[in-house]
Design a protein around this ligand. Structure first.
Ligand SMILES: Cc1ncc(COP(=O)(O)O)c(C=O)c1O
Length: 375
């Protein structure tokens, strides 16, 4: 008997993926975008200003390379090296101020978030996210077959804890809080996050991707509460988006569940490299201070440009609205070789644009372009 395979599942997955951002090539598009734009404008790629991905331009890449070369000399990649992981967790615990058994490492925070989703959400379950927030939560939750329920922030961009708790049902397994929040840039109150964990049995996942640019972390709260996990990354303050390294802190029982179930995703090379960088933490802190100083300068300059309404920021980006059609502003910036993030129409804040904090000369070019576009 001839068997006809039914590949409907493939069509369905493709359809679902396309429904998120109209493209299956999100990552490819953002990296090829520079080359395409440069050739459209007839300029070379180095003249394109790419300020859309919250990368860190303040890190010293020759310093990072130097440390890498030193590390690679002493690593033998033929073996599984569990010591590297143990020492890495000790170094991370010291950096964050938590015991090493409360730390879990992974390759990139997005992978860790995805893993936590796979662990807690099944078809029919629900997760809650404050809104607007990081677009990735919805995509990952829906890919797992669960539903994402969005709860708008208040007009002052704080969390309406009662409103979130009203949406909690017995299907709710995860609550996402991104702090500082991408894209609104603000940090949420410790008390609000604690209240969510106290009043529900769902896991509260606090995404602290941008925390080093902010004023405080809720990691100390997480290690004492069994239903909070704080996810962090080396892609932002450490400027290592290409390295793919993220980690989480949680109560030691929660952390050991994550460690036991997570596949071995961090290479010995990455583990040793991260450990060496943590030995040089004052260098990283200097870069972070430079980002924050430049952010305040950019904020103050943007605030006085007619036609711009800017949100405060505790991250390495600034989100703003314009009195001219936002899509047009975005396109006109592209015509000037400047790529920023067009966030589209969002709950609470409306149609906004987001720009990464570049080096002073980069920001000056962007600041010069804005009034020319808004006249
Ligand atoms: C809020 C937030 N969380 C997580 C990530 C993903 O970071 P990673 O590079 O560690 O996967 C990003 C990336 O921009 C982000 O904005």
């Amino acid at each position: 008997m001839e068997v006809k395979p039914n590949l409907n599942w493939l069509e369905k997955k493709l359809e679902l993926l396309q429904s998120f951002d109209g493209s299956l090539l999100g990552y490819v598009n953002s990296s090829t975008g520079v080359t395409q734009l440069a050739s459209k404008l007839g300029i070379c790629s180095s003249q394109i200003l790419k300020l859309d991905a919250n990368e860190n331009f303040f890190v010293d890449s020759s310093f990072l390379k130097g440390v890498f070369l030193e590390v690679i000399k002493n690593v033998d990649l033929r073996f599984y090296d569990s010591n590297a992981m143990v020492e890495l967790k000790t170094a991370l615990g010291k950096y964050v101020g938590v015991p090493s058994e409360c730390v879990v490492a992974c390759s990139g925070s997005e992978q860790l978030i995805d893993f936590i989703i796979q662990l807690f959400l099944e078809k029919g379950d629900e997760a809650i996210s404050i809104s607007p927030s990081f677009f990735m939560y919805k995509k990952r939750v829906e890919l797992s077959g669960a539903k994402l329920v969005s709860v708008p922030l208040r007009d002052d961009l704080s969390i309406d804890v009662d409103d979130v708790l009203k949406k909690v049902t017995n299907k709710t397994k995860l609550i996402f809080v991104c702090s500082p929040n991408n894209p609104t840039g603000n940090q949420f109150d410790w008390a609000a996050i604690e209240a969510l964990a106290n009043a529900s049995s769902a896991v509260v996942l606090v995404d602290e991707a941008y925390v080093e640019f902010g004023t405080y972390s809720v990691c100390p709260l997480a290690i004492n509460k069994k239903n909070i996990v704080v996810v962090r990354t080396f892609s932002k303050a450490f400027g290592l988006a290409g390295l793919r390294f993220g980690y989480a802190t949680a109560h030691k029982d929660f952390a050991s569940v994550l460690s036991e179930t997570l596949p071995y995703t961090v290479s010995t090379l990455t583990a040793r490299y991260v450990q060496r960088l943590l030995d040089n933490i004052e260098v990283v802190q200097r870069w972070t201070n430079l980002v924050n100083t430049e952010r305040e300068r950019l904020l103050s300059k943007l605030r006085v440009i007619n036609g711009i309404k800017v949100l405060d920021s505790k991250a390495n980006f600034v989100t703003f609205k314009t009195n001219k059609n936002t899509e047009e502003v975005y396109r006109e910036l592209l015509d000037k070789g400047i790529i920023i993030k067009n966030l589209g129409e969002l709950p609470v804040i409306g149609h906004c644009l987001r720009v990464t904090i570049g080096l002073p000369n980069m920001n000056d070019r962007f600041l010069k372009a804005m009034p020319e576009i808004l006249v």
